[in-house]
Ligand binder design. Sequence first.
Ligand code: FES
Ligand code: FES
Length: 166
Amino acid sequence: MEISVTVNGQLYQRDVEPRLLLVHFLRDELRLTGTHWGCDTSNCGTCVAWLDDVPVKTCTVLAVMADGHRVRTVEGLADGVGLDPVQQGFAECHGLQCGFCTPGMMMTARWLLDHNPDPSEEDIREAISGQLCRCTGYENIVRSVRWAAAREAGRAAEPATEEVRA
Ligand code: FES
Ligand code: FES
């Protein structure tokens, strides 16, 4: 099937198999490998990107379902000038170790802050509750998102953590 999908502001037209998943369309057809593929069971959430303005697990969406729609991946997070505050937060607060879950986490965090600029720790944990980090736990991921929220609000960001807790 011929599909047209706008990804990170750029229009792509491709002939794809109807069974092709969006995660594979992004990674294999467009070479946007920032969207990771971690399971086949829609459990891990490492494949999260935005379809129009909503985070989705792209392993649960067919590429043909994105026809005529917009997709935003982690490659579209930075604005071409500087990193998004969410990206800065993950760097400042050690929100990643192996980094495998990080793109999906950041796409969810960006969506959360767009809809709730001052989320509580509980809000953040709920937002990322469908995503798994295999490395160490979620403490620094939460801190990273809170750091970004503070930065965007013009408040002094919380200091980066000096310890990693589960
Ligand atoms: S790859 Fe695991 S939920 Fe999509
Ligand atoms: S940083 Fe390794 S899976 Fe989350």
